[in-house]
Design a protein around this ligand. Structure first.
Ligand code: PLP
Length: 443
């Protein structure tokens, strides 16, 4: 597979032109890679009006992912999520819906919440089952059917986060069947699942009936941080494809990183040249090792979720032990710890990880507290709350106040409550459990 963006940049470097354009480093090596960091000079194309090398490279990606069109993001899924929300709202308005809303699983990432504020979109939530962590929300076909069957007006889209931070995946194929029945586009936050396309059994949302999805290339493929895709499926309304570049340009920088574009370009070649086999072998080896450890869940092939309480550790304490032994995890909270692996870790990486896990003393299980959040009452919209004057208060003093905006950092950037909702006792209890000491409330 060709790499038109990389080829262009390599030729540009060879020409040794006097760079009288941005960026200010002029190709001089401070960190070592500056010569590759160009801007939209003639021939380099333009991300949001692409017609040349970027378009060609995106078409390569579209062929690999089986989409009708794939658009690059240099600002991760955070950008593509906001763009997707613009697209569903604009599409609904174009069909006569004057006040579109979105029906979403509750475990949506903060980019979804800020995207709703920026696009002035209302949300109806689908809540997780009582037994689930607030980071998960297993929306089943039955749950969705019940929700869509009971609303007065169809939503602009159904929005699902799958895989979630803990590696749980929804049955996208079943959900897309329900969405099709109700004529509603299914939109998926697949930030954690770009690689799913290349498994022996293709589990990518675009293959399973989603209208569009956001993938963070950088989370599971060997791409630079910030690299992402917006995929539009062959069955999706043409409107999405026709307006995707505009939608991305509304929220993205006018100076996209050519380092990231070259990275996405190279990843196409990497995928085309034997990735499926490398992924298959790696996933097989990982599953074989993980199976021997009953406290490890592997719902998603490249993610291990460790139930650390089961073996006597809080997630944070377990993370410290791993760090001392040279292993840095993706995420932990009080009860769990998440490890993300890719074929780039190699079978050596798997061996090293499981040798170390095998050395850790198994202790008596620790009690886990189940925290079910009583759905908070909506007082105002996410947008109204975000633009309201706010103050920071101690969580224990926030009962009955409206949340202004969530102050949950990444990872996991999923909040138990969103702006505009009334803080109830169950939210306060959950915040206390996770050590969230202060909240921003509307004044
Ligand atoms: C579920 C989910 N969606 C979206 C995002 C945003 O992705 P990015 O970091 O590529 O902007 C993240 C980031 O962690 C995420 O976990």
């Amino acid at each position: 597979m060709d790499t038109p963006i990389c080829d262009f940049v390599n030729n540009y470097i060879k020409e040794n032109s006097l760079r009288l354009h941005m960026p200010g480093h002029k190709g001089k090596e401070l960190l070592g890679f500056e010569k590759y960091d160009i801007t939209e000079v003639r021939g380099a194309d333009c991300l949001y009006t692409a017609e040349g090398i970027i378009k060609k490279s995106e078409e390569n990606a579209a062929r690999l992912f089986g989409s009708s069109a794939t658009f690059y993001s240099c600002e991760g899924s955070s950008l593509t999520v906001r763009a997707m929300l613009y697209l569903v709202k604009a599409y609904a308005i174009s069909r006569g819906d004057e006040s579109p809303y979105v029906l979403s699983g509750r475990n949506a990432h903060s980019s979804f919440v800020s995207g709703c504020a920026l696009n002035d979109l209302e949300v109806k939530w689908l809540y997780p089952d009582e037994s689930e962590s607030y980071l998960s929300c297993r929306v089943t076909a039955e749950k969705l059917e019940k929700a869509l069957g009971s609303v007065d007006k169809a939503p602009a889209c159904v929005y699902i986060t799958s895989p979630d931070y803990l590696g749980n995946m929804c049955d996208i194929s079943a959900l897309s069947g329900v969405c099709e029945k109700y004529g509603v586009p299914l939109v998926v936050d697949n930030a954690h699942g770009a690689y799913l396309k290349f498994l022996e059994k293709d589990l990518h949302p675009i293959s399973l009936g989603a209208a569009m999805c956001a993938d963070s290339a950088h989370k599971t493929l060997p791409a630079l941080t910030g690299a992402g895709y917006l995929h539009i499926s062959k069955g999706a309304p043409e409107f999405f494809k026709e307006n995707a570049r505009l939608a991305l340009s509304l929220f993205g920088s006018t100076s996209p990183s050519y380092l990231i574009l070259q990275s996405l370009d190279t990843v196409n070649k990497y995928i085309a040249e034997g990735y499926e086999k490398r992924l298959k072998d790696f996933a097989f080896a990982l599953e074989k090792s993980a199976k021997k450890f009953p406290f490890i869940k592997q719902n998603e092939p490249l993610k291990l979720t460790l139930d650390t309480c089961k073996i006597g550790y809080r997630g944070g304490d377990f993370a410290k032990i791993l760090e001392k032994k040279g292993i840095v995890c993706e995420f932990f909270d009080r009860d769990t710890l998440v490890l993300m692996l890719t074929p780039e870790n190699g079978e050596d990486g798997i061996k090293r990880l499981f040798e170390i896990l095998g050395e850790i003393e198994i202790k008596a299980p620790l009690a886990k507290e189940a925290h079910t959040i009583a759905p908070p009452r909506r007082i105002m919209s996410i947008r109204e709350a975000l633009f309201s004057p706010r103050e920071q208060v101690k969580t224990e003093n926030a009962l009955g106040r409206a949340l202004a905006c969530a102050n949950i950092s990444c990872p996991p950037a999923v909040s138990p409550i969103v702006g505009g909702e009334e803080i109830n006792q169950s939210v306060i209890d959950l915040c206390a459990y996770y050590g969230i000491d202060t909240l921003f409330v509307v004044k």
